[in-house]
Design a protein around this ligand. Structure first.
Ligand code: CMX
Length: 426
């Protein structure tokens, strides 16, 4: 029983049973506490959400359904999607099933292009991407079935349909936006013989005689696919989805969060910094010049982009995977050499400064220079690439959430006056 839907149906019975008994037996057991600092500080570290698709231990980095990301870097995104949704990697039949499911659903409705063409020419590619998805909401199978009146235990089925339809169309949608927004000529039709990520690479229209750009896209899509449930995009998607808004509403909302400079937009800042180094030193600087440049950045009150993390306390294994790819494919590229030198110099500078809890590179520190190497030089587009990949995680989390029947989110907010009274009591 390797087909995605059958496998998921089998797993859902088990998950529901497990959660039912956990809540029955330990429903009142405390798993977290909240301090005043956390209430004002983005709820950092408060354990109040469940996400079974992935976990990020601070000393290890991303683990998807029990498998460390470093062991998944040679997999196809389709395999990772199957893993995220069901908790298991597919066998050959399962992989063929998910590939053909995505392939047969990949057509983007014509009206979506008309909506995007009507947007002002200087619209941000993320606004176009999010709106493109939202404009397809009329296609929602979940909304149609819900209106007809399906049972709560069946919600996951039309949600799975919506998510597969949506994910299947994202490469065409995102590539079409790239070509439209950056005057690259007409859209390129998908090639039914290519896998999901390679097709995305193909439709972007980037010259790829060696096939390595397709490999980069496969890796990129795997590495960015999911990162727990508490980050802004995942949490937003979960929160909107918890109102039983369908996948189009929920994923579009999550992407709006990804568009923020403290979240997905950081990757464009990172490459900007690398390019400014190349321009200042007319190539690769010496270690000493770079150390001084890093200090100048810090002393001017800015952060070093691509370094530090809210959760991680080691080099991000996703950075390591990109770094390895760069060493293999473009070791002499000037931007890659600068990224490599930054990795040697910056952790020491950040440690010496002593502010950042994590002085190590995150995923954004290396991805941009690789895209740049292949000619994707439009920074503003980078978050869309991130979004296509992260939609896999958002959709998987949404399907699982429907499957286990999670409730609508409604944490309790308090006033500053209430906090003042509360601390006064103590
Ligand atoms: N350069 C300089 N200072 C940094 C820093 C960096 N790369 N990373 C953290 N710091 C500073 C913080 O600004 C903070 O300073 P203040 O006390 O003056 O406010 C102090 O160190 C402590 O911060 P932290 O607890 O270590 O980091 P946070 O959890 O608050 O923030 C992050 C995490 C990613 C926003 C931060 O490290 C940063 O701004 N990094 C650069 C931008 C970046 O690379 N973002 C991509 C994130 C990737 C992802 O989310 O996956």
């Amino acid at each position: 029983m390797a087909r995605l839907k059958d496998k998921l149906a089998e797993k859902i019975q088990m998950w529901r049973e497990e959660i039912r008994s956990l809540v029955k037996e330990y429903g009142d057991r405390k798993i977290s506490e909240v301090t005043v600092k956390q209430a004002y500080g983005g709820m950092r570290g408060v354990k109040a959400l469940v996400c079974d698709t992935s976990v990020v231990p601070p000393d290890k980095g991303l683990i998807l359904r029990g498998i460390h990301i470093s062991e998944l870097k040679n997999k196809l995104p389709e395999e990772v999607l199957y893993l995220l949704i069901t908790g298991e990697l597919p066998d050959e039949e399962g992989l063929e099933d998910i590939k053909s499911e995505l392939n047969r659903r990949k057509e983007v409705p014509e009206y979506v292009w008309k909506v995007l063409e009507a947007m002002p020419k200087d619209s941000h590619p993320m606004a176009m991407f999010s709106l493109g998805i939202l404009s397809m909401e009329r296609e929602s199978v979940f909304r149609r079935e819900y209106t007809k009146g399906i049972k709560k235990t069946e919600y996951w089925e039309p949600t799975l349909e919506d998510c597969l339809n949506l994910l299947a169309r994202l490469p065409s949608l995102a590539a079409g936006i790239y070509r439209m927004r950056f005057d690259k000529g007409s859209r390129i039709d998908p090639d039914p013989n290519l896998d999901w990520a390679a097709n995305y690479a193909h439709m972007l229209g980037v010259p790829d005689p060696s096939g390595e750009f397709k490999n980069l896209m496969r890796l990129y899509m795997v590495l960015h696919s999911d990162h727990e449930g508490g980050n802004v995009s995942a949490h937003t998607c979960h929160c909107v989805g918890s109102a039983l808004s369908d996948a189009y509403y929920a994923v579009s909302a999550g992407l709006n969060g990804l568009a923020g400079p403290l979240h997905g937009l950081a990757n464009q800042e990172c490459l900007r910094w690398v390019i400014s180094i190349k321009e200042k030193f007319n190539g690769v600087p010496t270690e000493e010049q770079l150390r001084q440049f890093a200090w100048d950045t810090l002393n001017s009150g800015q952060v070093i982009p691509g370094y530090g993390h809210a959760v991680l306390r080691v080099t991000d294994p996703r950075f390591e995977a990109f770094h390895e790819f760069g060493k293999r494919v473009c070791p002499d590229d000037v931007y890659f050499r600068i990224v490599d030198l930054i990795f040697k110099v910056v952790p020491g500078v950040l440690k010496e400064q002593g502010k950042a809890k994590d002085p190590w590179p995150n995923v954004d520190a290396a991805s941009g220079c690789l895209l740049y190497h292949f000619g994707v030089t439009e920074f503003e587009y980078y978050t869309v690439l991130f979004g296509v990949s992260r939609a896999m995680g958002m959709c998987s989390q949404l399907i699982v959430s429907r499957a286990i029947g999670e409730a609508i989110e409604r944490p309790k907010s308090v006033t500053t006056e209430w906090i003042k009274q509360e601390v006064a009591k103590a």
